[in-house]
Design a protein around this ligand. Structure first.
Ligand code: ZN
Ligand code: ZN
Length: 416
């Protein structure tokens, strides 16, 4: 399948492809990722599908690994937000065909364990034995290679590929967000229990927070208050129907209370994770959780989709090192609040959200700021990691050979 083999005669038969190589973004250590030649993936199980990746995204959660904050093994390929064309299927694959355009949830599920059967595919019991949950190219989530590469092996292809509609190529930059952040943003509102008319506070106007903003709108929320200190991100949140809350100007809790007659928001969404910072840029893993307790009303509920880890040996704070936090449980209990947490079961939402994209009712691609070739991925990581102005969401196009120019995407007016 590597470029040396093109044009390659593809069929649904299994080929032995172990002599060809592809380009992939490989992790070499903290803040050191490079595009390297690695062996092509091949069909290993009759239920596998091979996908030629046409779009793959850099995710905020890739940065935890990029920064060397995890136990990610050197030599692994990043990339859990993947979309592409099926080029080969195993003998036992019945639904997915060569030529299908597919988007893969970042979670890899088996489809037949107790959790997968209940729709809890983020907590699959068989794909990463000893743990619950597997993903492509992710620390601690199993041995699976990521899709920031030319090709990707998808286990249990029938279960893990979402077959996209006819307009797959035209709306590729929207559909690729079904792999993670659109369902994850939606999951935040689902965990928080957002209902029509609710006032919602969303912490974080990064890609997931912006997707939660769109999702709260889809669910008919009333005031959607979005907390961040990056003006460009807050502006996007406003374009998506949010009320920008800039915590560098005044305490976010005060602003939320003022907008809610002193009562607090009905629902709160945490879309940042353990590397959240105070206004001086110092990391404290408890800031947002404690602010949510204050900013959400008595008996309100909080959904947490930002990543928290246990343990976090490279944290400075001794509690954070253990994966613990100084959480205001007393106030939380007195207020009768509830919290729900965890990774999104992408498969529970991706088909429905796909329909909203197809019908034009949702256009999540408005948050994409940069479209790069795979060769430019290391540069993309550098800018995204530095939270450089305007680098909101970076997507990679592995098929675009030689397109080495960094392209800032011109944004269309937000209408969705
Ligand atoms: Zn992601
Ligand atoms: Zn499973």
């Amino acid at each position: 399948m590597g470029t040396a083999f093109e044009p390659f005669e593809l069929s649904e038969q299994n080929y032995s492809l172990n002599q060809s190589f592809m380009k992939a973004l490989v992790y070499y250590g903290a803040r050191d990722v490079r595009v390297s030649e690695v062996p092509d993936p091949k069909i290993e199980q009759p239920t596998d599908v091979l996908v030629r990746i046409t779009t793959t995204n850099i995710c905020g959660s890739d940065l935890h690994m990029y920064e060397g904050r995890t136990n990610m093994e050197e030599g692994r390929i990043f990339g859990h937000e993947n979309l592409g064309e099926v080029i080969e299927v195993g003998n036992a694959v019945v639904n997915i065909k060569v030529g299908d355009m597919v988007c893969m949830p970042f979670n890899i599920g088996c489809g037949h364990c107790k959790n997968c059967e209940s729709g809890l595919t983020a907590f699959c019991l068989t794909m990463n034995p000893g743990f619950a949950g597997a993903a492509y190219g992710f620390a601690g989530m199993g041995p699976y290679d990521g899709g920031q590469a030319e090709y990707l092996r998808v286990p249990y292809g029938d279960f893990n590929c979402l077959k996209l509609p006819e307009d797959a190529q035209e709306k590729e930059n929207d559909y690729v967000l079904l792999s993670d952040i659109f369902p994850t943003g939606f999951h935040a509102t689902q965990l928080a229990g957002v209902k029509p008319g609710d006032n919602v506070v969303i912490y974080g106007a990064g890609p997931v927070g912006l997707m939660a903003t769109i999702s709260a709108g889809i669910k008919g929320a009333n005031k959607i208050m979005v907390v961040d200190d990056h003006p460009d991100r807050l502006k996007l949140a406003e374009e998506l129907g949010g009320i920008p809350i800039d915590f560098s100007k005044a305490p976010a809790v005060d602003q939320v209370l003022e907008l809610t007659d002193g009562l607090g928001a009905d629902r709160g969404c945490e879309c940042v994770g353990y590397q959240c910072c105070d206004k001086h840029g110092h990391e404290h893993n408890n800031i947002i959780m404690n602010e949510l307790v204050q900013a959400v009303k008595f008996t309100g509920s909080i959904g947490v989709v930002g990543v928290f880890v246990a343990p976090d040996p490279k944290a400075e704070d001794p509690l954070a090192k253990k994966g613990h936090m100084d959480f205001d449980f007393g106030n939380f209990w007195l207020k009768g609040q509830s919290i729900a947490t965890g990774q999104a079961n992408v498969k529970s939402y991706n088909r429905q959200l796909c329909g909203l994209i197809s019908s034009g009712k949702a256009k999540p691609s408005v948050i994409i700021s940069h479209e790069l070739s795979l060769d430019d991925a290391p540069d993309g990581y550098k800018h995204f990691d530095a939270r450089d102005k305007g680098w909101t969401k970076v997507i990679l196009k592995p098929g675009q050979q030689g397109a080495t120019k960094t392209q800032a995407v011109e944004r269309e007016a937000v209408t969705a």
